[in-house]
Ligand binder design. Structure first.
Ligand code: FES
Length: 119
């Protein structure tokens, strides 16, 4: 279930929304987003944003990130300016984030990461 549209940012930025995907990979056996198909989620999001005509200045930017220090919720992504954190599982989850949040400003409540999740 989605919530009402997010409040607009106080001041316009170069992008209307910016989503960062943790793609961190650890070689020491510790948990990391790369082990939970983060690259596939990132690539799906980039493709869906482009296909929807949302990419570019004044619209949406999809970026890679290193560890965001919330590994226990991985794979994770965060959307600004709202600062909404998501844990996603598959392509359908990414599609919901693109359509509801990145396109229409509605938070995808079912994918929100609980506030207490950390590393
Ligand atoms: S490895 Fe992804 S948040 Fe830490």
């Amino acid at each position: 279930m989605n919530t009402p549209p997010c409040a607009p940012a106080a001041a316009p930025g170069y992008y209307r929304r910016h989503i960062f995907f943790c793609l961190n990979e650890r070689s020491n056996g510790e948990n990391c987003c790369a082990r939970h198909h983060a690259q596939a989620g990132f690539e799906r999001c980039k493709a869906q944003v482009a296909a929807a005509g949302l990419a570019g200045a004044g619209q949406v930017r999809v970026n890679k990130a290193g560890c965001l220090d919330r590994c226990a919720g991985g794979p994770v992504a965060v959307v600004y300016p709202e600062g909404i954190w998501y844990s996603y599982v598959d392509a359908a989850d990414i599609d919901d984030i693109v359509e509801a949040h990145l396109k229409n400003g509605q938070v995808v409540e079912r994918l929100r990461m609980p506030a207490e999740i950390g590393r």
